[in-house]
Design a protein around this ligand. Structure first.
Ligand SMILES: [Zn+2]
Length: 304
């Protein structure tokens, strides 16, 4: 299995005490190293995405605006919970570059699975808006990259927050199926009621547990993916639906992240020659994040 990360992703910082902090990525990498799993991975240093490739998802004036406000020092606040430091755009470019490189490699046939341990997350970033700790929509950029080579992709998003940015990117592109499970009502309150055949929303009330999550995902996602028959599955792997997460209000356990990963891998084996590219999104309890990243990547690399 391919594994992408880069220290540049530690260089993005927001205000002190912000939950989306560099220690998240350290927790993931340290847990994967301690588990011994990393020894079996084909580890690659992520590279920044080509500037032109960002236009596959993002509007030119949005990209120009981000570059214009990127600070040489200090922080620039974009919204109530999203700010830029001097290292933000490089971190975001490396995060997106990891996913697009992973897609290229997996479609190239050398490896069937890839995990990108990167930050900032991306699934809230819309075509023309940074929000919710996100700047470039890495998973959407990866999907757009894939659609240069294959006919259909599926993006499966189990972060506790709705992947509004990914929906925005593909709401008019039926070749991408976007399935998102999320706490509802909850941030970001966008695109929840969208009616499009390729957008599958799976809202879950606060307090939903393992059984409710598994039932809803099986009910909504399996039929959609089986009908879509994707050539590649991309995963927005957020771990903030865990019961220990300080932001989310769902009650998933460690084992649910193994379960959802095995569920996704099974779908990929059926339809996509086993090809899955997964990227880190949320997850703000460092201990739960580390443990669940181990379970996710272990299940992702299993059966290879
Ligand atoms: Zn989230």
């Amino acid at each position: 299995m391919l594994f992408y990360t880069h220290d540049d992703c530690l260089g993005h910082e927001m205000q002190p005490g912000h939950p989306e902090r560099p220690d998240r990525l350290r927790a993931v990498n340290e847990s994967l190293t301690a588990s011994g799993l990393k020894d079996g991975f084909d580890c690659r240093a992520a590279r920044p995405i080509d500037t032109e490739a960002l236009a596959a998802v993002h509007a030119p004036d949005y990209l120009a605006g981000l570059n214009a406000v990127s600070p040489a020092s200090g922080l620039v606040r974009l919204d109530a919970d999203t700010a830029m430091s001097p290292g933000t755009l490089q971190a975001a470019a490396v995060a997106a570059g990891a996913v697009t490189d992973a897609v290229r490699e997996v479609l190239g046939g050398k490896e069937r699975r890839a995990f990108c341990a990167v930050r900032p997350p991306g699934h809230h970033a819309e075509a023309g808006a940074a929000m919710g700790f996100c700047y470039y929509n890495s998973i959407a950029l990866g999907a757009a990259q894939a659609l240069e080579e294959v006919d259909r992709v599926a993006i499966l998003d189990f972060d506790v927050h709705h992947g509004n940015g990914t929906v925005d990117a593909f709401k008019d592109r039926p070749e991408a199926l976007v399935c998102s499970s999320f706490q509802h009502p909850f941030y970001p309150y966008r695109y929840v009621d969208i009616e499009a055949p390729n957008i599958v929303n799976t809202p879950l009330p606060a307090g939903s547990d393992s059984a409710a999550f598994r039932h809803a995902v099986e009910r909504d996602w399996a039929a959609a993916v089986n009908a879509h028959r994707p050539d590649l599955i991309l995963v927005s792997a957020g771990f903030d639906a865990h019961r220990d997460d300080p932001l989310g209000g769902l009650l998933l356990d460690d084992e649910d992240f193994r379960w959802i990963t095995e569920f996704i891998v099974d779908l990929a084996v059926t339809h996509a020659d086993g090809r899955v590219v997964s990227a880190l999104e949320g997850g703000y309890d460092l201990d739960a994040l580390g443990r669940c990243a181990v379970l996710h990547t272990k299940a992702l690399s299993h059966s290879l």
